[in-house]
Design a protein around this ligand. Structure first.
Ligand code: NAP
Length: 556
């Protein structure tokens, strides 16, 4: 029921309470979804596992945690007022500052009164008789809603990847995962620390831990390309200018390829004379950040073009790392940026420190974790702390942690895993699951774009859709199987036209044993994606079945 008055709910154990919409997660997605629907007069309840807002930024408090999107683009843009009231302190926002930002948003929009913290959604089942989603919470409470919306993101605390290494339960030291970091300060001073993993999290944590620890041992499976972030404080003049240009910045973010303003290369790296190309890469390296990936139009599509930038980045590792043996171990061989590209502060420089050892797990794999440390096929390393920077079961992992069932009791996990392929319509919904929306779902731009922009796209589309359904007396909306099939094929074709699918990564599902391989991300660009989903809406939600005025029993 739509109501124009703000509603308050007191949810008691075993009491059934019905909302217009239930949203999982109080990160970027859930906060804006709540605001958007509440402003339109719908009753909404957000359930959040944590004791505060922030989503991934609430949990990922590991040393050095910082975002790779520039701060002035890593925020909501739906409200000019909100945009202008907040001031970022540095080029790349650190975890604590992003968390402060999201708390500021929650306070400013008075969101907390409709968020239930410390609560997990265990199951969400679609009740076809009443056209409702019945939702079971971890405290035994059952609630229901007409619409069920997930804002769990692609990388969630519920889906951290702690590799099943023999002996972890016998380890006498302490161990942590970067994505579920303790809230109290961990003091590495004087400790022997091991870090497994050199993805975005490991690359950020390693230099910071190395400065504190007595000794740091890095256990590396795949060497990594990383580009200097060149983080710096933002000066007031720059911030003022940004705020003045709010509308133009917002337009560019939303129409761009990746969710950031700025041009993408319009010609091939191979058309460029080598000296000119070298100077372009040098300039991008000096500027820092991810822009090097967009210097030429074919870096992500042509192997030879990609090799020019990969060679350049390998030459930088040679320049920085002093020990030839360590340098050799650090040399990446995959196509640059086909794993999610990484920014760093003093990452390669850290391997010049005397208190840092690099272990190449391709040469000497891990055998077991022992009570005193970690043993590879070559040696045992004694450790006080072991840090798993081993990533996540990404994209589908957070959704599969909840028992989501649509019509005829079909589970989302069964549908996508048994079919060995994720299938969605537009990355927003999936056939067999009426009135169910996924914010930054599989087969949408999500993690290969500036995520807050991808979230705004989805929240606004879902908000407009629910308004449309309400205004037109529509009882249920459901993706048509043929529309979903066509979208999945399109996503795959776009991905296969790039180099992304040539590399094993968490994006392809290769980091999780037995996970079906795929590439569940739409990489046609955020601007183009917006045009597609807006056109679908403009055509009365083409590709969806809309059922109006169906006789449904009201739920008691
Ligand atoms: P990740 O990119 O998946 O990296 C995990 C690392 O752990 C890889 O080096 C991986 O090696 C290694 N690993 C996994 N299982 C292993 C095992 N059994 N034995 C040895 N090594 C193992 O995870 P992440 O660093 O947490 O990053 C995940 C994503 O989160 C990023 O891609 C990004 O989207 C997001 N993130 C962003 C930021 C930022 O914006 N700065 C920071 C952190 C995270 P292989 O490569 O061989 O699999």
């Amino acid at each position: 029921m739509k109501s124009n008055q703000q509603q308050f709910y007191k949810i008691e154990k075993n009491q059934v309470t019905n909302f217009d919409a239930i949203v999982i997660g109080a990160g970027f997605s859930g906060l804006y979804m709540l605001h958007r629907l509440r402003e339109a007069g719908f009753s909404v309840r957000v359930y959040e596992k944590g004791n505060g807002v922030g989503g991934a930024w609430y949990w990922s408090r590991y040393p050095g945690a910082r975002c790779d999107s520039e701060s002035i683009y890593y925020n909501y843009t739906f409200s000019e007022e909100l945009y202008k009231e907040w001031t970022w302190s540095s080029r790349y926002p650190e975890q604590a500052e992003i968390l402060r930002y999201l708390n500021f948003v929650a306070d400013r929009l008075d969101l907390r009164r409709d968020i239930q913290f410390n609560t997990e959604i265990k199951a969400a089942h679609y009740d076809e008789t009443h056209n409702l989603w019945r939702i079971d919470l971890n405290d035994g409470t059952c609630v229901s809603a007409k619409y069920f919306i997930t804002g769990v993101g692609c990388l969630s605390v519920n889906a951290t990847n702690v590799p099943a290494i023999k002996g972890l339960d016998r380890f006498e030291g302490k161990w942590y995962h970067t994505g579920a970091w303790p809230h109290e300060k961990i003091d590495f001073k004087g400790k022997r620390v091991g870090v497994i993993g050199t993805g975005s999290s490991g690359v950020q944590a390693i230099p910071v831990i190395a400065q504190k620890a007595e000794h740091l041992t890095v256990f590396q499976r795949t060497p990594q390309y990383t580009i200097p972030a060149r983080n710096r404080p933002l000066d007031l003049e720059f911030i003022e200018k940004t705020k003045e240009n709010y509308s133009e910045i917002r337009r560019q973010m939303h129409e761009s390829f990746g969710g950031f303003p700025g041009n993408r290369g319009d010609h091939s790296a191979l058309e460029e004379p080598p000296e000119k190309r070298q100077s372009v890469y040098e300039a991008a390296w000096e500027a820092g950040g991810l822009a090097i990936r967009s210097t030429y139009k074919d870096i992500m599509t042509n192997e030879t073009a990609n090799n020019t930038v990969s060679d350049f980045l390998r030459s930088k590792i040679r320049e920085i790392v002093q020990d030839p043996e360590v340098r050799g171990k650090l040399m990446p061989t995959y196509f640059f940026a086909t794993k999610r590209p990484v920014l760093d502060t003093n990452y390669f420089e850290t391997y010049n420190r005397k208190n840092v050892t690099l272990v190449d797990l391709r040469k000497s794999p891990i055998e077991e974790i022992t009570p005193k440390g970690l043993r590879t096929t070559e040696a045992e390393y004694e450790l006080d702390f072991l840090v798993f920077a081993t990533g996540y079961d990404g994209v589908t992992g957070p959704l599969f942690k909840i028992d989501i069932r649509g019509k005829d009791g079909l589970s989302l996990k069964e549908k996508w895993e048994d079919g060995a392929q994720v299938k969605t319509y537009l990355g927003l919904s999936t056939a067999g699951f009426p009135n169910f929306f996924i914010i930054t779902g599989p087969e949408s731009p999500s993690v290969l774009s500036n995520v807050p922009v991808a979230i705004e796209q989805h929240v606004e589309w879902i908000g407009d859709c629910i308004q449309y359904l309400h205004d037109h007396g529509v009882e249920t909306i459901e993706a048509k199987a043929e529309a979903e099939e066509a979208w999945s094929i399109h996503c795959k074709e776009v991905a296969d036209s790039t180099l992304y699918t040539k590399t094993d990564s968490w994006l392809t599902g290769a980091n999780i044993a037995d996970k079906p391989r795929g590439f569940p991300i739409y990489i046609g660009g955020i601007g183009q994606y917006r045009q597609i989903i807006d056109e679908v809406a403009a055509k009365g939600y083409e590709g969806f079945s809309l059922v109006t005025h169906q006789k449904t029993k009201s739920y008691q």
